[in-house]
Design a protein around this ligand. Structure first.
Ligand SMILES: Cc1cc2nc3c(=O)[nH]c(=O)nc-3n(C[C@H](O)[C@H](O)[C@H](O)COP(=O)(O)OP(=O)(O)OC[C@H]3O[C@@H](n4cnc5c(N)ncnc54)[C@H](O)[C@@H]3O)c2cc1C
Length: 467
């Protein structure tokens, strides 16, 4: 009897876990002679998905939710029998902090782009001049066809600087923790490029293509999902599904060597794993070292990754002078604030917070303020409380705080990202057949994007093994 083919997955974040899950499912369903191993450097699975529980609070240290309209995550939840655990965010007014003042987010903004004119005309976020300039979108010709351009440049051309700086930038940079003027349009929101090419005006394009909101008195459901018990419950559920001995924790892959047949993976615990095919589900910057004999990975050193810190503050309700009407705010850069966003988590995710308590979750660490992430816990808390007190009145101390530093955690899809990745992937196909690169460094950083990429890696591996 021939030996089973060995598939090794490197990295136990949501991408690697998804790949392991769907691979083992396929193997069982089709009785394939394959074996799956997953190697994770740290002491736990989940990567950036991390939920902390204390005194009845459920605190997300990494992502707090995923977009409900992106289906791969919902599909995986259903597969795992977790659909009854899904919870939508509580909807409410969200705000934007411009020049130190909180303004209501204008209704009808899709990623900051107006789809209704009236709320923008009456919004205090923009000056008359800014509104007039944004209106140029209706008359400006479409941009010339090009392979890529910066997200900032694209939106500044259509709407002017004010709409970009006071609305689009804080919303989009919040997702990527990046600088909108460096970010690639085609790697982040290629649909906006298509919209301009097809409809010229982005506002008209969105009006023509987005489903019309139903006229109903019912509250619109929230756009995000989490799980009652936090996002990490999906990680735990995935791990429960794995066959025994699938996962090795506390073992970093230090080096990958190509052999006559397949690969040898040298682990930090001294073990060597043999593989016929390898799924690399680790951040891009780990690859130049693991594949040090292949120069083409060195271009990954040019892909920046920014650091952020997530600061959760748990209070008794009595510590907040006036309860807040809304779910949170993002901060524009023209405000003298170091936090980049604040979620009133007890409102947005009521299941996260016990009755009578308040949970505020803030971020620090914009690309131009990376130093803040290295400050001490107390210094970070002081900065956050100082900023929070500019718009609310916090009279008592937090009952506890949880600060999570995510170093180099947000890969930056800068202009030319897609081409850069395609070049390296072509080289990998030529020189390292059976090695597949996947995860948040490549085709989307959102949890559903990572799940989708994990699934795609499964298809690639199965095709490769079938020859
Ligand atoms: C603070 C924060 C907030 C976010 N908020 C949201 C949100 O609200 N919604 C959303 O959709 N997305 C959000 N994201 C993005 C999303 O969480 C991540 O993009 C996604 O979880 C990344 O998954 P991954 O599996 O690709 O990578 P990771 O989670 O980074 O997993 C990679 C794994 O590889 C391991 N590893 C590294 N090197 C080695 C090695 N040599 N050998 C073995 N293992 C190794 C690491 O330890 C890690 O466990 C957020 C991200 C951050 C950091």
């Amino acid at each position: 009897m021939s030996e089973k083919k060995q598939i090794v997955i490197v990295g136990g974040g949501i991408t690697g876990l998804t790949a392991a899950y769907y691979l083992q499912k396929e193997i069982k369903a089709n009785q394939l002679p394959y074996d799956v191993k997953l190697v994770e450097a740290s002491e736990r699975l989940g990567g950036k998905i991390k939920t902390f529980k204390k005194d009845g609070f459920t605190i997300e240290q990494g992502p707090d939710s995923f977009l409900s309209r992106k289906k791969p995550a919902v599909k995986l939840a259903e597969e795992l029998g977790m659909d009854d655990q899904l919870v939508r965010n509580g909807t409410g007014q969200s705000y934007i902090l411009v020049q130190g003042k909180l303004h209501k987010m204008p209704s009808g903004a899709f990623m900051g782009i107006p789809t209704q004119v009236r709320p923008f005309l009456f919004s205090g976020i923009f000056s008359g001049k800014g509104k007039l300039r944004a209106g140029f979108d209706f008359v400006l010709p479409k941009g010339k066809e090009q392979t890529d351009q910066s997200l900032g440049g694209f939106f500044r051309r259509r709407f002017g600087n004010e709409l970009v700086e006071n609305l689009i930038e804080p919303l989009l940079s919040g997702i990527y923790a990046g600088d909108i003027d460096d970010m690639s349009l085609m790697a982040t929101f290629p649909n906006f490029y298509q919209l301009e090419q097809e409809h010229r005006s982005l506002v008209k394009g969105l009006q023509n293509t987005m489903p019309k909101p139903k006229k109903t008195k019912e509250k619109k459901p929230g756009m995000f999902f989490s799980f009652k018990s936090g996002l990490e419950s999906m990680v735990d559920r995935l791990a429960d599904e794995f066959d025994d001995n699938t996962v090795t924790l506390n073992a970093a892959v230090d080096h990958v060597e190509k052999k006559e047949h397949g690969y040898h993976l040298l682990l930090s615990n001294g073990e060597v794993y043999k593989a016929d095919t390898v799924i690399m589900a680790t951040p891009h910057f780990t690859l130049p070292k693991m594949f040090s004999q292949y120069d083409f990975f060195s271009s990954f050193k040019e892909i920046p990754a920014t650091s952020v810190a997530n600061v959760a503050l748990a209070f008794d309700k009595s510590a907040i002078d006036q309860d807040i009407d809304g779910t949170g705010y993002v901060v524009s850069r023209n405000s003298d604030f170091r936090i980049t966003a604040c979620t009133w988590t007890h409102k947005k995710w009521p299941t996260s917070t016990p009755d009578g308590k308040v949970l505020l979750r803030c971020y620090v660490g914009r690309p131009s303020d990376q130093e803040v992430v290295d400050l001490s816990d107390q210094e970070i808390i002081d900065i956050v409380l100082n900023d929070l007190n500019k718009t609310m009145n916090i009279t008592g101390k937090p009952e506890f705080s949880v600060i999570t530093r995510w170093k180099n955690a947000m890969p930056q899809y800068t202009v030319g990202h897609k081409e850069r990745i395609a070049k390296v992937r072509n080289k990998v196909n030529e020189q390292l057949p059976g090695v597949f690169l996947t995860g948040s460094s490549y085709e989307g950083i959102g949890v559903p994007d990572c799940i989708e990429q994990g699934e795609k890696a499964v298809t690639d591996v199965l095709e490769f093994l079938r020859g």
